[in-house]
Design a protein around this ligand. Structure first.
Ligand code: 5AD
Ligand code: SF4
Length: 448
């Protein structure tokens, strides 16, 4: 039940998020907008007065999951007519999708695109006043809107957008179609947000962009290296992370800036996608295997201990056993500190979806299993090398199931340990047990 009192609503909201960090951060903006209106958070969508689905469409399974969860609310809404259901995010931005969604799920109240998130309060007001569906999916990105309130949920880490959209058009990827062209945020706005986070006691800043390395190319007054330098010069004991890096745009100036910064962590996420030149070309990645390896060497020249993580895709159209073996050999050669592995999923509207030579699912599944096994072995060996050593961890949270605190070191490696009142503190942990990718240890000291 809503009480409209001088533009204020009361009730419980729940934001359900699918997909990447970018989406998780956008859900923090949605939560900020809803709390500003007077709603309070609840974690169970069935008991909420307003449910917002912040969706992802990067792979088919992300879409299926969201559609399943939306469908499940039909029964709940039948007995709770005032419940408001809103669907936003990447899924809704696909051509013709909003209409399809309303047709399939007529009980949805609001559909909004990735370029319309900041107007969510107006859409909600319109829906409550007119009792009609509200659909706002702008095809084109607008100017960057600053100042949207955020209710953050990731202390002591704060996410900060530096770019929106993507210009790369990798042939498998839907992101450029649903998030528009790349726009860089003004450096002053980024620095202000970082300062606010540090003043509020945050200990880690993660800069977000589809391709952080091309930050500033549209502004022409600043680049990623300079941004790193300026953020690193801010006062305080904090860590600076960023993701994602496109290998084609990683250059020596950036690598130097990262290496020389007292704040950046010793970890970089550098998606390779495939190890075969033929497949990389078909993917429109703009680098060869040798060029990728050169970027790895460049990172290691300035930071010999850097942990490099990656994304890898198997089953791209026409991928042969030989192509796949090139990916396997590259994984062995680099020794990644972690890899997200995906089976290629055709996305309507992308060039790869129309390519001949789509790979049968069984073949892709077998390949991905082999790759996961290989990377698991690498993870185990790297974890074992920690045994008996001390590492500095930023404590991020408490794992209820394990009944332990957890956090990551500068290499991004997760560790679990016992203690008291540690969230947001830097601690030294002596590693006593190595899991697959995670570590377990004893608390040695807490930095004051
Ligand atoms: N199918 C499978 N994986 C994909 N990714 C992007 N598009 C697709 C797709 N169509 C993966 C890439 C990217 C990561 C975020 O998701 O590996 O780096
Ligand atoms: Fe997609 Fe490629 Fe852009 Fe990453 S760089 S978002 S994979 S198009």
């Amino acid at each position: 039940m809503y009480h409209i009192i001088m533009d204020n609503f009361t009730g419980k909201y729940c934001v359900v998020t699918y997909g990447c960090q970018m989406n998780l951060h956008e859900s923090e903006k949605l939560a900020g907008i809803l709390e500003d209106l007077g709603f309070t958070r609840i974690d169970n969508e069935n008991n909420a007065d307003i449910v917002v689905f912040n969706t992802c469409c990067i792979r088919e399974n992300a879409e299926k999951k969201a559609e399943g969860n939306i469908g499940a609310l039909k029964r709940i809404k039948r007995n709770k007519k005032d419940m408001i259901i809103a669907v936003g995010g990447c899924m809704t931005q696909q051509a013709g999708y909003a209409d399809k969604l309303i047709k399939e799920f007529p009980f949805i109240d609001i559909v909004f695109g990735t370029h319309n998130l900041e107007n969510f309060a107006e859409m909600l007001t319109e829906r409550l006043e007119n009792k009609k569906h509200v659909v706002k999916v702008d095809e084109k990105e607008g100017k960057i809107i600053e100042g949207t309130k955020k209710t953050r949920s990731s202390f002591p880490n704060g996410w900060v957008n530096i770019t929106y959209g993507c210009n790369n058009f990798c042939t498998y990827c839907i992101v450029p179609y649903v998030r528009g062209r790349e726009r860089s945020r003004a450096p002053e706005a980024i620095l202000d947000e970082c300062k606010q986070l540090l003043d509020a006691g945050y200990k880690e800043i993660t800069l977000l962009g589809q391709n952080v390395n091309s930050y500033g190319q549209d502004l022409k007054t600043v680049d990623f290296a300079e941004l790193i330098e300026r953020i690193s010069a801010l006062d305080g004991d904090f860590r600076l992370r960023f993701m994602t890096n496109h290998p084609k745009d990683l250059n020596e100036k950036m690598v130097k800036a990262i290496a020389e910064s007292p704040k950046t962590t010793r970890s970089v996420h550098l998606p390779v996608q495939a190890g075969s030149d033929r497949i990389l070309k078909l993917m429109n990645r703009h680098y060869t295997r040798a060029e990728y390896l050169d970027k790895v060497a460049l990172l290691r020249k300035y930071m010999p201990d850097i942990a490099i993580t990656t994304d890898i895709m198997v089953g791209f159209p026409t991928e042969t056993d030989e192509d796949f073996n090139d990916t396997v050999s590259l994984v062995k050669q680099v020794g990644f500190a972690g890899a997200f592995t995906f089976v290629y999923s055709p996305r309507t509207g992308t060039p790869a979806a129309k390519m001949a030579g789509q790979i049968p699912e069984e073949v892709s599944k077998e390949r991905i299993m082999g790759l996961i096994d290989l990377q698991n072995g690498i993870n185990r060996a790297q974890s074992k090398s920690y045994l008996g050593k001390e590492t500095e961890i930023l404590c991020e949270g408490f794992d209820e199931k394990k009944n332990k605190f957890l956090g990551r070191d500068t290499y991004g490696r997760m560790a679990y340990f016992d203690g008291k009142d540690l969230i947001g503190k830097f601690v030294n942990v002596k590693i006593t047990k190595a899991g697959g990718i995670s570590l377990y240890g004893e608390l040695v000291s807490v930095k004051q």
